[in-house]
Design a protein around this ligand. Structure first.
Ligand code: ADP
Ligand code: ASP
Ligand code: MG
Length: 402
């Protein structure tokens, strides 16, 4: 039996016209010879955001578990409407929600991780249905509370269900661009689509802010060897295939430029320069669930230094509250949200030197100031003024001849 998983994002299911295009893709896959299809859907474009906004009108600090009950309705709406469309075309189809499968997660409401998926219910349902329309982004805890998987989580639902359906099940992620590009095509006109990208590169691009796939979905794809293809609902382009790294890929120095606008900078001025300082700053933040990204410490002067780091913009208030509560010995705490991170990504960098020099030089020649820098063996990230972001992406795209 040939099974295919097709995932459609928010812009693909935005309205009736779009959903009819999605139906066309499902019918085409049936014609191509797939016996059974799992269609994973996101909430209609903008729906998750408007539900979130509404929650914050009702409550200053909505209960995270209730927030998840609310957010899962977005995907529930999509699957019900789409199942109706398929039925009208004579397809044996029904909707299925995360808890009905079940997709069992931990209880980290808002960013839950999948612990287990039992695909036997799907196999059972395939005896009566040809297409199962599954709600993305959602699961349930072992004690039956609804959870969501974090923004962009429907990608992860789709790849995880493909893995659970068994070795070799293909997963096509349909979105509003033709595939994975060398950088966000909305930010740089010269960006071009890649036919293939390695799991590692995609993971790095996603981690550095490329929203085209959720990070977790790439991790699962790599771990379970799921053949994932990113493609467009609105064209017939074959898209981009995620694959294992091969020799050809290693010869490519830089594969893409990613960026992340969700960065805010916090600086602790005049902290004591002695062993244990960093631990006493970052441990309480970690305990409070704040993810710290880049860190910089200035040279010591008269026994004090400045410690700067970045967090997600939504975590600024909370981070400062945690730091103030820990009674830290600093002259002041500053914060700024007008920053962004731009990253040069490529597995080929492992064996080459000089990439960081070229990156800094290109940014310097464009008059862009670097606030922080961090590197790994496959990426170089620079924190810059958000106003310089578009220029930086374009300059780096050109510098590395992408
Ligand atoms: P969906 O709603 O289908 O999940 P997303 O908005 O989550 O779609 O992801 C698709 C978007 O990702 C594109 O519209 C594009 O602007 C953005 N994007 C960012 N970086 C890249 C990249 N390197 N390649 C392709 N798209 C990218
Ligand atoms: N609807 C959810 C979101 O907007 C999940 C998804 O679309 O992948 O984040
Ligand atoms: Mg998405």
């Amino acid at each position: 039996m040939r099974i295919l998983v097709q995932k459609f994002g928010g812009s693909s299911v935005a309205d009736l016209e779009c959903m009819k295009k999605v139906r066309g893709k499902v019918l085409a896959a049936r014609e191509e010879g797939f016996d059974k299809i799992v269609v994973v859907l996101s909430a209609r474009a903008g729906q998750t955001n408007s539900l979130l906004e509404r929650a914050y009108q009702w409550s200053d600090e909505p209960d995270l578990a209730e927030l998840d009950v609310l957010l899962t309705t977005g995907e529930q709406e999509s699957v019900a409407l789409f199942a109706m469309l398929l039925q009208d075309a004579g397809v044996k189809a029904r909707s299925i929600l995360g808890f009905q499968i079940p997709i069992v997660t931990d209880d980290a409401f808002g960013s839950a991780r999948i612990d287990a998926i039992d695909a036997s219910r799907l196999h059972e349902l395939f005896e009566s249905y040809d297409v199962l329309v599954m709600a993305g982004f959602q699961g349930r805890t072992p004690d039956m509370r609804l959870t969501t998987l974090g923004r962009g989580g429907s990608d992860t639902s789709a790849v995880a269900i493909a893995a659970a359906l068994g070795e070799g099940t293909r997963c096509d992620i349909y979105t509003d661009v033709d595939g994975v590009y060398t950088t966000d095509p909305r930010m740089c006109k010269a960006a071009h689509k890649m036919d293939r990208i390695s799991y590692d590169e995609m993971l790095e691009m996603a981690s550095m802010g490329a929203k085209v796939l959720q990070i977790r979905s790439v991790e699962i794809a790599e771990k379970y060897n799921v053949p994932v293809r990113v493609r467009s609902t609105f064209s017939n382009d074959p898209g981009t295939l995620l694959t294992k790294e091969d020799e050809m890929m290693e010869s490519v120095l830089v594969s893409g430029i990613a960026f992340d606008k969700d960065q805010a900078r916090i600086t602790l001025c005049d902290v004591q320069d002695r062993p244990g300082t960093a631990a006493s700053i970052f441990n309480p933040l970690g305990e409070a669930g704040v993810v710290v990204d880049m860190i910089i410490q200035t040279a010591s002067r008269n026994g004090v230094t400045d410690m700067g780091f970045t967090v997600s913009r939504k975590d600024v208030k909370r981070s400062i509250a945690v730091l103030e509560k820990s009674g830290y010995d600093v002259s002041r705490i500053e914060s700024a949200s007008n920053v962004a991170k731009v990253s040069v990504v490529g597995v080929g960098m492992r064996n080459h030197s000089g990439v960081s020099g070229r990156c800094f030089d290109a940014l310097y020649k464009a008059g862009i100031n670097l606030i922080m820098i961090s590197t790994s063996e496959v990426k170089i990230s620079c924190l810059i003024d958000e106003a310089d972001l578009e220029l930086a992406v374009n300059v780096l795209h050109k510098e590395f001849e992408l």
